[in-house]
Design a protein around this ligand. Sequence first.
Ligand SMILES: [Zn+2]
Length: 74
Amino acid sequence: MDERAARALIDERAPNAACALCGGTDWITAKDGKPITFLSFEAKEDPRVRVLAIVCTNCGYLRLHSLDVLEALD
Ligand SMILES: [Zn+2]
């Protein structure tokens, strides 16, 4: 799933999302929409967690969306 499809699905499932900190509603994707991969040191067999990061343009609050979950929903 590319960034545009992931963002469209997020906007469809969570329309008008407001920032948990400032209440802002203007968001941009971080890293030009490139997926970010975390490594979970607790998960030995499958430690990768791929996310799309979205940032509030008013306060910089960062929210992360699991690409595995979005792909399963699509
Ligand atoms: Zn904010």
